[in-house]
Design a protein around this ligand. Structure first.
Ligand code: ARG
Length: 582
């Protein structure tokens, strides 16, 4: 990462080295200047304290020697020794401007590849075949996609895996229903994206007839045995569902494609091996006729040890077994250093137990980490789990379509001169951006209320507000008749107080991405973008561009351009478009 704190650390290192060398008695182990961002000033240099201890001198005096070395002269507008020997630094406008020069000439706008390149697997989206996608999948898809983008920006190799639910007992019933409907009819129903009624009708048929239940059970047996005709029918369900999921992904503008499909079925052939390896490690016990592993530290309500069932009494494998197989595949075949599971908080215990067993078996260790990245529930405006009026889970596509329709109406009103096809594009960007931003901008672990009016508002911490901040900067350039690229080399002078304030926000970009990645929390990046847009607003309000004399005119345009670039890049990392007009 390159930011002012990093630059200051680099500048201070020789001074600290010099102080160490000047004292022969302390050995030559280098001293870290330990520069940290600070609330009171811009930065705080903390390294004088431990060094004074080593040198056996007074820390405040040592801090003064650091200041007297003169390195801070160009960097700081104010320095003071505080407390036992910290140095508070307030950056000078010249230093901020020179840092902006570094950032604007770098592709990453301050983001740099991590020193350790990791192979990361991100498990996200994961809808279920022949079932509708709902808001839970919205959350996983939006959060997972943003994490993928941030990890890639940090230079990691990322493998996206869409662990779709495409296996298990319901498929007996689904295949029999497909046969009863007739293949063509069923294909038509499914390709319309009417997955809810297909699944429900299958369930109704199952509940209504013993004969259907019996057929379904036999079908599961055939499926597990790999019977070719059954596999062909199963594939129809899987392919049609995947095609449907793809339409949703394209609508949402996420990175997932067919290449990322890695459903439960893929791990079926690996399951017997899982059991064998667990057995060989001496981990398998029998409990109520099933094969189980007892990971330490998990208890049921009565305080008894809680087992993870890996093979049912009937011989069948389950969700846990497939997740164990999946861990082996990800660590041994893909070579993952880190695996992220972006799955709702309701599955926390499942993952904690699966990870614990994988550690006992040695499939996860200090070198390979698996992390459950949980998220809360989407609520309706009544603060209960979001449902349709008839009590069904809301279809994700219906929400996306409504958001786009509402955005289209808003754009038609705000900007009636937009060409119809541009308007449709812009409406799509705004509608989808609003839904994603509303999802990403609250701490993921919390539940949030799905409220179209709020998420589509052009004021406040919303997607449209941020997109508008970006489009407004683009329109300044259009109005001035200036090409954005032409101001990129202009010298930046930070004169009015709003200008260094905006500069500080621009320079905080890499720190914000770091913070978001550190806890896998896209909302931290959202807060940052919102603060950046706000800083730009007050800059634009107080610092005149139109008609200002040079070099101020070009300097302010350069600041505006750089702000727009960081806005666009930040929104990009959230998977949100930044249209140039709206
Ligand atoms: N298909 C599952 C669901 O809809 C989520 C799968 C998550 N990933 C995993 N490796 N278990 O709940």
């Amino acid at each position: 990462m390159s930011d002012p704190v990093a630059t200051l650390t680099r500048l201070l290192q020789p001074v600290f080295d010099e102080l160490v060398e000047s004292d022969a008695g302390v050995g030559n182990e280098s001293a870290d200047p330990t520069v940290r961002p600070s609330d009171r000033a811009d930065a705080q240099i903390n390294g004088a304290l431990p060094l004074a201890k080593r040198l056996g001198t007074n820390p405040r005096e040592l801090a003064q020697r650091v200041i007297d070395s003169g390195v801070l002269a160009d960097v700081a507008e104010g320095v003071e020794v505080a407390g036992p020997g910290f140095i508070n630094v307030t950056f000078s406008s010249e230093f901020l401007a020179s840092e902006l020069d570094v950032v604007r000439s770098a592709d990453g706008l301050g983001i740099e590849p991590d020193s350790r390149e990791m192979q990361v697997v991100v498990d996200y989206s994961a809808p279920n075949v022949a079932k509708e996608m709902h808001v839970g999948h919205l959350r996983s898809t939006a959060i997972g996609d943003s994490l993928v983008r941030m990890l890639e920006a940090h230079g990691h190799r990322v493998t996206r895996e869409n662990h779709v639910g495409d296996w298990g007992t319901p498929f007996g019933m689904l295949i029999e229903h497909l046969l009863d409907l007739g293949e063509t009819e069923a294909a038509e129903a499914l390709s319309l994206g009417d997955l809810n009624s297909f699944y429900k009708d299958a369930r109704v048929a199952f509940d209504a007839s013993d004969e259907f239940q019996e057929r379904s059970r036999q079908r599961v047996v055939l499926l597990q045995a790999g019977d070719p005709e059954t596999m062909r029918l199963w594939e129809i369900l899987v392919d049609l569902s995947a095609a449907y999921f793809n339409t949703v992904y394209r609508k949402m503008g996420v990175l997932l494609t067919d290449d990322d499909l890695a459903g439960e079925s893929r791990y079926q052939p690996l399951m017997p091996d899982v059991i064998e390896r667990l057995r060989a490690a001496g981990l398998v016990e029998e409990s109520d006729g099933a094969d189980v592993v007892f990971p330490p530290g998990f208890e049921n309500r009565d305080g008894d040890p809680l087992p993870l069932i890996v093979q049912k009494g009937t011989g069948g494998f389950n969700y846990a077994t497939s997740d164990l197989a999946c861990i082996i595949d990800r660590t041994e075949r893909i070579g993952a250093d880190l695996i992220l599971y972006v799955v709702d908080a309701g599955q926390s215990q499942h993952f904690q137990m699966v990870f614990a067993v994988a550690k006992m078996a040695g499939w996860l260790d200090d070198e390979t980490d698996a992390v459950h990245v949980p998220f809360g529930i989407v609520l309706g405006t009544d603060r209960k789990r979001l449902k349709t009026r008839s009590g069904e889970p809301v279809r994700l596509v219906a929400l996306l379509d409504e958001a786009v329709a509402r955005a289209e109406a808003a754009v038609a009103e705000k900007n009636p001169d937009l060409e119809p096809d541009v308007r449709a594009d812009v409406a799509r960007s705004i509608g989808i951006g609003a839904v994603k931003y509303a999802d990403l901008s609250t701490d993921r672990i919390k539940d949030y209320v799905f409220d179209f009016d709020r998420m589509l508002a052009f004021e406040g911490n919303t997607g449209p507000y941020l997109q508008y901040a970006h489009a407004r900067i683009c329109s300044i350039f259009r109005r001035e008749g200036v090409d954005r690229a032409s101001v990129r080399a202009a010298s930046i002078e930070l004169v009015e107080p709003q200008e260094p304030a905006l500069a500080r926000q621009i320079l905080a970009f890499p720190t914000a991405v770091d913070a978001a990645l550190e806890t896998y929390s896209p909302h931290k990046l959202c807060t940052y973008v919102y603060d950046l847009a706000t800083a730009f607003s007050s800059f634009y309000e107080h610092c005149r561009i139109k008609g200002s004399p040079e070099p101020i005119y070009s300097s302010r345009l350069a600041l505006a351009d750089l702000t727009a670039r960081v806005l666009e890049r930040s929104l990009g990392l959230l998977g949100i478009d930044a249209p140039e007009q709206m």
